[in-house]
Ligand binder design. Structure first.
Ligand code: HEC
Length: 268
């Protein structure tokens, strides 16, 4: 009996530690509860080790107990999982598919026809570029000219500005900016500012700077969050330059002065 009490006490201490530890690290309440539940289950398992042995059922009784136990577990897991706030299986699958689609290189080195086709395409692009360079004046430094041509969004013919907007909005969804920011009244758990008027406050370049280096600007009134580095400093690693640019371009179109997007203060 003394042993059981000790185990319960240890269990309570662990549970309290997890509860307050998770609170200090600002885990959402669901996580706090989950951690404490694990401590309770752990304590129960340890208590069961000391429990007197029962006569194991056999035959049909054993079969029914196993199935019954399995059903209880399944419902238990299902019910717990449905408590999770953001998790939507369909949504997550779609996001993964999009990421894979973006990264996949469709060029199969064993498919000679395709390789030849790609080389031809590249060759045509090269010729087009050199014609443009000539048209722009051959005396300009080559690198600068190429940069001008490459930065024109319609240079390739396929990338109209509509595509840039689409990619920008997609990045907003993929990178889950909406977890912290509201835009058009959607998303955000009050962790970061509403961004509906960001286009009136920052240029495209500045927005991109803020995304790739969150310490570069600080939203007025969010001093504490800025200090603590609440806005993740990972986007430069998970987005390409073009994707960041598209996201910034899309955001720069939001100029709704009715929304009090805080003033960004230059920090670097
Ligand atoms: C985990 C929460 C979080 C995520 C995710 C997040 N941000 Fe932020 N963001 C913040 C916080 C908090 C601030 C205010 C403090 C600061 O300026 O760093 C902020 C500030 C900003 C600002 C400046 C707003 C102003 O008025 O000055 C912009 C722009 C911005 N975020 C864009 C983004 C974009 C785009 C993404 C997605 C790629 C993103 N954020 C993802 C938390 C987040």
């Amino acid at each position: 009996m003394g042993k059981a009490i000790l185990k319960v006490v240890v269990g309570l201490v662990v549970a309290a530690g997890l509860w307050f530890g998770a609170m200090a690290m600002e885990f959402p309440p669901v996580f706090q509860l989950t951690f404490v539940t694990f401590a309770v289950i752990g304590t129960l398992v340890f208590l069961m080790l000391d429990a007197p042995q029962i006569n194991a059922p056999s035959g049909w009784a054993a079969f029914v107990s196993v199935i019954g136990f399995y059903i209880v577990l399944c419902f238990g897991y299902g019910a717990t999982a449905s408590l999770w706030p953001q998790f939507e299986t369909g949504d997550e699958q779609e996001k993964i598919a999009k990421i894979l689609e973006g990264k996949e290189n469709p060029l199969d080195p064993w498919n000679a026809d395709e390789v030849i086709k790609r080389i031809k395409e590249l060759d045509e692009k090269g010729q087009m570029l050199s014609e443009r360079i000539k048209a722009l004046g051959g005396d300009q430094p080559l690198a600068a000219t190429v940069a001008v041509v490459a930065s024109a969004p319609k240079a390739g013919g396929s990338e109209g500005s509509g595509d840039v907007m689409k990619i920008g909005e997609e990045q907003w969804q993929l990178q889950e900016c909406y977890n912290c920011h509201k835009i058009r009244g959607e998303g955000g758990k009050k962790r970061g500012p509403e961004l509906d008027n960001i286009g009136s406050l920052l240029t495209v370049e500045e927005i991109k700077e803020k995304i790739f280096d969150p310490k570069s600007f600080m939203a007025e009134g969010f001093e504490k969050e800025w200090e603590k580095g609440r806005m993740p400093d990972k986007f430069k690693d998970v987005m390409s330059d073009a994707e960041g640019m598209a996201l910034a371009t899309w955001l720069s179109t939001f100029k709704n002065t009715a929304v009090a997007t805080p003033k960004p203060i230059k920090k670097k």
